[in-house]
Ligand binder design. Sequence first.
Ligand code: SIN
Ligand code: FE
Length: 292
Amino acid sequence: MKYIEVVDLPPGQSPVVAETCYRSAEALEAGQILFLPRYAFSVPGSYQPLFSSPILQRGSKSVSYSPSTRKLYGTASKGQTLSSLEEMMGRFANFAQKTVTRLLPIYRTGLVRARTSFRPIEIETRSVPWRKDDRRLHIDAFPSSPIQGNRILRLFCNVNPAGQTHLWRIGEPFEQTAGRFLPSIKPPFPFSSVALMLTSTTKSRRTFYDHIMLCLHDRMKRDQRYQEEAERAEIEFPASSTWLAFTDQVPHAAMRGQYQLEQTFLLDINRLHDQSTAPLHVLEKLAGRKLV
Ligand code: SIN
Ligand code: FE
């Protein structure tokens, strides 16, 4: 299993050759991490207070930002620190958008920019309940925002000012993981998708696909044996580097690191080069039925 594809993209805006764009999309769709070792989001010195003062609201594990409304969530910052935070999040969201459209032009027309996040806490020592513990291998799924078979593409930057690396664990391929847990996942209760919408628990219809992906996320995190025994690799991302992954497909766990920026994109499944490796198609093949 190849876990990582390195693309030595230089900083800046110069066009990327078509062969590199093709190789990048192919690697991501195959379930690899796309690692850009020399490609950094630059953090000006004026943002230094964001890396030394407590900026999180009690109970939040990250600051999140909506690029469409420019609203921030999860922060207790005020005054100049709040302005710097808003500015950094906005600039990072634009940086991520430009990077993805430059490197992955085939996705451009099917891409929706969702939340931006800043994670200022050291992951290794943070104490959280198992379902929220990203140190446990998992795939990403959103309880309140069903994606109905579309894809979750995420771009991450390690912006640690002291040069500390960010350590990830990557698990066995999606098909193997799904095959391990799918037989024990039961269908949702009849009409539960309607009830979830009526109570505003979900923003749109939670399909059978969304149900399975949420169950997979939970089963993976809860299964101690899987966490200890599943085949995995560890990857250290240096400070000032960038990486991307389809995190609905790649089992991942963030083990150590502090100060990370992340941008989530939703991608229309029809924009993929090869839909056969998408979780929807893998699960439909394993289940022998349509899931959306
Ligand atoms: C995650 O998406 O599970 C967490 C990623 C990270 O904090 O590195
Ligand atoms: Fe995750």
